[in-house]
Design a protein around this ligand. Sequence first.
Ligand code: SF4
Ligand code: SF4
Length: 734
Amino acid sequence: MAVVQTIKERCQTCYSCIRNCPAKAIKVVEGQATVVEERCVSCGNCVRVCAQKAKVVDSRDMDLVKGFLSSDQTVVIMLAPSFPAAFAGVAADHLFEALLAMGFAHVEEVTTGVQLTVPKYQELLEKGDQECVIASYCPAVVGLIEKHYPQLISYLAPIDSAVTATGKYVKKKFPNAKVVLAGPCIAKKEEARSDKRHIIDAVLTFKELKELFSQAGIEVPKSKTEKNVGENFLPRLFPLPGGLIKNLKLVDGFIPELASVEGIDNCLNILQNMSQGKVKPRFIDILFCQGCIDGPEIDSDKDLLTRKALVFDYAQKKLNNPARKLPFLDLTRTYSDQSRQLPYPSENEIRKILKHTYKIKPEDELNCGACGYNTCREKAIAVYQGLAEIDMCLPYLLHKSRGEIEYYRDRLKKTVTPPSHYLDAIIGESEVIKNLKRTVEKAAKSDSTILIQGESGVGKEMIALAVHNLSNRRNKPFIGINCAALPELLLESELFGYEEGAFTGARKGGKLGKFELAEGGTILLDEIGDLPLSMQAKLLRVLQEREFERVGGTSTIKLNVRVMAATNRDLRKLAQEGKFRIDLFYRLNVLPISVPPLRARTEDIPLLIGHFIEKLTKDKNISPKIVADETLELLLKYDWPGNVRELENIVERAIYLTEGNVIREDCLPPHIRELRGYSSGQSIKPIKEAVREIEKQLITEALKATKGNKVMTAKLLGITRVTLYQKLKEFNME
Ligand code: SF4
Ligand code: SF4
């Protein structure tokens, strides 16, 4: 569970957290901005900037500490050296007394850890084995390196942080004690939780510590500032900007190249430059905040200068035990590559995403930043990576809401929809579809019987409806009946209706048949090829005489209905086999319309997919999706025996299986995914180019399999990490 949590009800989707997250660790799902644990470095920046207080620090450790204190265990609290800034006006001794009163057995200052670790740094720098050393005190910086700049892992000092070192010291002194840290830092919670050595048992922020005091009814008395005794105890200056450097200079005559960088922008800038090899300092202390006195949960209303002064004052306070000898402790630590490679879209995919929010031309990209991303392209990339939602665009949403209002206004004004709209229901721009649309228009102008033929799933009913809607009968009913779905007796009464008492179970007052229900309009006899022979004779009579009788009735009813029939079977062949009346075939086949199978118009597949996605996501009120290039490639390879209906089903399935905005290959059914291996149609190309393609594909697959873990990826591919990074750079996959 991420250290920073979102209170959903409070999130007003202002995207402020996205804008301010240095790790691209905020993901928007169904309008809610949530933290992606694998990417989050627990810097707490989102907690600081969220005006709605929707981002909060996970407070499980509060309960843990309360549990420790109410048990009979020894509980030791360690105070981060920034505490004088957090408890302004409180004398350190009074604070320690209050902590003891709350039940802690001992208070240890983290300055102990500073004293323990600084000599280790001096040793490391003196030895000079590591060409570049990055101090490992700030967990937000360590997190950034492990998760986002893994190239720099080897520069991190293999030395415990001051907090962990203090924890080790306390555990040595009080072997069975529970060790609690109180400090200004959120990332320390993550550092303690993820440390498999379990040195620190709980981490409280200063804000939480104050809350504990208040819950316990303990008021820490305020007093005058610390008595100045005129001598700085340097470890107490550790939470100030450059605090570590001040401590390292302790050794006489030892002046290594030391640099320190503070604050989020400087921190990101130096990490970026170092990862690109632009700078390589001999030693650098990088702090995410302006020193820990600026930590996200310092809970101080004082400005930075005042906080600094408070820490300085305390640094000059006399030590209780200046001659204390610290034990030797093993303070080595290791790091791991926790980076996850995010997929990167092709130019085509970026354009597809931009198009969704009407960004067709470069000047449509307003780069207004309302979505939390600096540019529309950055946002499109985040959409592809599953971090942002497609319609997270203020100008687009405004446009859309205006457009929808206008649309409904228009609809209110118009009583009859203009006929040209009906052809739009036939999706496609291929030549065969253009011809089909022309045929439909012509067919609509006549009143002749139509026979629509085509494979299952090509959309024969939609064609019939389009003809009806374009014809003069459009304001009258369009009635369809599936001739294959009903037993013969039932079919007859369904088609022609029946009189009261016509058969056992007949409804009182009789029932109108489909022919009568369609009066003045159109009837579609679907699956006509499955009509029983006896019914074929009856239908033939209706078509010839243009009249019929209800079942059990004697009076003749005149027919004023346009008849259309549809089938996926070859009626002429059925007639030759004696299964379909040839005279009925001729009666039906006055105006034949043939609907092409999907494989005959593959160029329409992208359009159809777009149409189904729009329709389905709108109907189900879910965020729009785009189809990744690799997915489309497979869909174009498939031969679609179930035609458009099958395509619609597969798109619907993929929408439900897709997490995020991009429909990827793994959301397709296995029989389509298998087409990835099909290679007989591959074109001949230079060996070098083919090898590059294969390498790229293997790296992509290995990264996918290892969820972006580069160490594992390199292992899987049998290459070194350096080679992997070179390849990633070469293929623009960084
Ligand atoms: S804590 Fe920091 S890294 Fe994590 S989501 Fe918030 S701003 Fe991003
Ligand atoms: S500078 Fe200090 S408070 Fe800020 S993230 Fe780093 S360790 Fe935590």
